[in-house]
Ligand binder design. Structure first.
Ligand code: ATP
Ligand code: MN
Length: 464
């Protein structure tokens, strides 16, 4: 059997009948009688299975005993036209090897239709379900499309650090990285932790964003993007937050906020279109099983111009809406997901880019407007999700940047290098961060962010 080369099922299903083939994969179902057995085999290359037909005059009951749902097999046989409906070809088995059986009494994926909650508890096996196969293939396709989009535009992929000693990134609470003995923490004379004894000689954390380093790249290479894991130690147990998630952060010299919005809109539409063009079977499965409007919704985003609106105008719409919100809204408050979704789903019924937020609720590095009240921030808001992108034009003036840092009473020791870029050859520039899993929520139609990443990390949960 080993003399033959394995053919993936995605390939087989495109082939004409008439050749001998070798397939390897996991049994999804087995049915039949004394004379004939039908096995649906899946190898992860596609959501579709290949049907294997075992003529029981050529195989013994004993040989087929280990062929149960979940078992892993290699089968050699002839590819023939299928008489049954649903598939064009099937395999008439000649040889069978069982790599690994799966005990029907204990294999957890027996019955159809497990709940998403249950599947999260078996994160080691859930990739073998149709649903998660689809999701992870789409995740791959989106990652590839992200690199393709930027590469085709001449952007450079910049690797920013995962461990950082700048504590002022400001995007959220951080996970500390230390090699200090937690049972015997070295103290300085003031009684605080003596970080000079720690691995990096100072306090270090996992990054919450690659942006600050991304800006250094943009101010040298012109157009860069990052794509890597980021970490937030916030106790947010929501269907839209993870403690470890992936972010894509383009940063572009000579872009103002308008260029930045244009890029964000083009980028999302490109990715959504890429999924429709390249993940057809997987999207169709998710559409049929979970969300009958999924494909329609994806298509409509490509065809729609996003609404562009200032925060001030957005707040006015919300206040006049007569809608009762859990968190009341007025000028100056940070918008909650319920507000964002009202604008997108009820008021405009399309994606919205909200700009020019009050400076108090946005980060120190955003470009200050002349009104002295707002900054050139932009959030892209999406149906079912709320914020999918957060970005801004950056403050390029040394004086204004330092002024804002003083206002906020931020320590600048760990940020000296960032500030120096405004001293030496500063330039207007902009960028944004797209949460990869938020994008995947939209593209797959899933409702919980823990179901679009293979091994989710969230408060009190780091299994697998
Ligand atoms: P939110 O208000 O939704 O908590 P944020 O404003 O804190 O998000 P940013 O710091 O602007 O988020 O991060 C940029 C993008 O990263 C967001 O637009 C979102 O898509 C994504 N993102 C942020 N926090 C998380 C998280 N905890 N889990 C998954 N994605 C996230
Ligand atoms: Mn944000």
């Amino acid at each position: 059997m080993e003399s033959k080369k394995r053919v993936k099922i995605s390939e087989l299903l495109k082939r004409e009948a008439g050749t001998d083939v070798l397939v390897k994969g996991w049994v999804r179902t087995k049915r039949g009688n004394k004379n004939i057995s039908f096995v649906a085999l899946n190898d992860g290359s596609t959501v579709n299975n290949i049907q294997i037909v075992f003529d029981m005059s050529k195989f013994t009951e004993e040989q087929l005993k280990g062929v149960n749902t979940g078992a892993c097999l290699a089968v050699e046989g002839s590819l023939v036209s299928s008489v049954g409906s649903g598939q064009s070809v099937e395999i008439q088995a000649h040889l069978l090897e069982i790599y690994g059986s799966a005990d029907p009494e204990t294999y957890p994926l027996q019955k159809k239709g497990h709940s998403m909650e249950f599947l999260r508890e078996i994160g080691h096996l859930r990739p073998r379900t149709n649903t998660f196969g689809c999701i992870f293939r789409i995740r791959h396709a989106m990652a590839f499309a992200i690199h393709k989009f930027f590469n085709d535009k001449g952007f450079f992929y910049l690797h920013t650090p995962i461990i950082t000693a700048s504590d002022a990134e400001g995007a959220g609470a951080m996970f500390q990285v230390t090699t200090l003995d937690l049972n015997n923490i070295p103290k300085n004379p003031e009684g605080g932790v003596n970080f000079s004894d720690d691995f990096f000689g100072k306090a270090a954390n996992l990054t919450v964003s690659g942006q600050l380093e991304g800006e250094l790249g943009a101010l040298a290479l012109g157009e860069i993007y990052t794509f890597g894991p980021t970490f937030r130690a916030e106790n947010s147990n929501t269907p839209r937050h993870l403690s470890e998630f992936w972010m894509i952060e383009p940063e572009i010299a000579f872009y103002d906020i308008k260029d930045n919005m244009d890029l964000a809109e083009e980028f999302i539409k490109y990715l959504v279109k890429y999924s429709l063009d390249n993940c057809t079977d997987d999207l169709k499965f998710l559409n049929d099983m979970f969300d009958k409007e999924l494909i329609e919704r994806l298509q409509s985003v490509i065809d729609t111009e996003f609404v562009r609106l200032s925060y001030t105008d957005g707040v006015e719409i919300l206040m006049k809406s007569g809608q009762k919100f859990e968190y009341p809204v007025s000028w100056g408050t940070d918008l909650q997901s319920e507000h964002e979704r009202y604008l997108v789903e009820k008021h405009f019924k399309k994606p919205v880019i909200l700009t020019d937020y009050p400076k108090e609720i946005k980060a120190f590095y955003m470009k200050q407007n002349d009104d002295n009240k707002t900054v050139r921030a932009m959030d892209v808001l999406f149906p079912k999700i709320g914020e999918i992108i957060g970005g801004s034009q950056r403050e390029e003036s040394l004086e204004k940047l330092e002024g804002r840092i003083k206002e906020l009473e931020m320590g600048t020791e760990s940020l000296w290098w960032y500030i120096e870029t405004r001293k030496f050859g500063t330039a207007p520039h902009s960028g944004f961060g797209l949460g990869f899993e938020r994008l995947l929520l939209f593209v797959t139609g899933m409702s919980n962010i823990r179901d679009v990443i293979p091994f989710p990390r969230s408060p009190k949960n780091a299994e697998f």
